[in-house]
Design a protein around this ligand. Structure first.
Ligand SMILES: [Zn+2]
Length: 156
């Protein structure tokens, strides 16, 4: 049984380079939420906010993310929900369940993006996700890409 973890949240414009543990960084400007994996492995988890990615609920005191966060690309394979700044651990998914989830995701995206004009940052996120799914590269590459994009935006 893992202990209950309580997180804090910070609203930021740009996601900082050094993330604190147990802190949820929310950038409304980039519709992105980043936190360090709640298992303590140190990996950075990037959850883009969009109709087909994650949704953020802010009740004035705490934040929740929907759907759950499944870090299949990390060695820890942790899977949890963030509800009212609290971490609710889920049981580990089987590979079959992971594949089913990914298939559902890609269907939802296809449906959404075929009917909507998208922002550049979104294209970057989606295309790097496809690369990630195809080669099994760690999610970090997505974050590096996003970081580069953020810093480019920052400099201009
Ligand atoms: Zn982890």
């Amino acid at each position: 049984m893992k202990q209950e973890i309580v997180l804090t949240h910070e609203f930021v414009e740009y996601i900082p380079n050094d993330l604190k543990e147990r802190t949820i960084y929310v950038s409304m400007a980039f519709a992105t939420v980043v936190h360090k994996c709640c298992c303590g492995c140190g990996n950075e988890v990037v959850t883009p906010l969009s109709p087909t990615d994650w949704k953020l609920i802010f009740d004035g005191h705490s934040v929740s993310l929907h759907p759950s966060i499944g870090n299949w690309n990390f060695a820890c394979q942790s899977h949890y929900w963030i509800r009212g700044n609290k971490v609710k651990w889920a049981s580990q998914w089987s590979q079959e369940e992971i594949n089913a989830g990914r298939f559902h995701d890609s269907l939802a995206k296809e449906k959404y993006f075929s009917s909507t004009k998208t922002l550049d940052v979104h294209d970057a996120i989606v295309s790097s996700r496809e690369v990630e799914a195809g080669t099994g590269k760690p999610k970090r590459s997505l974050w590096q890409k996003l970081k580069r994009w953020l810093f480019r935006a920052n400099a201009s």
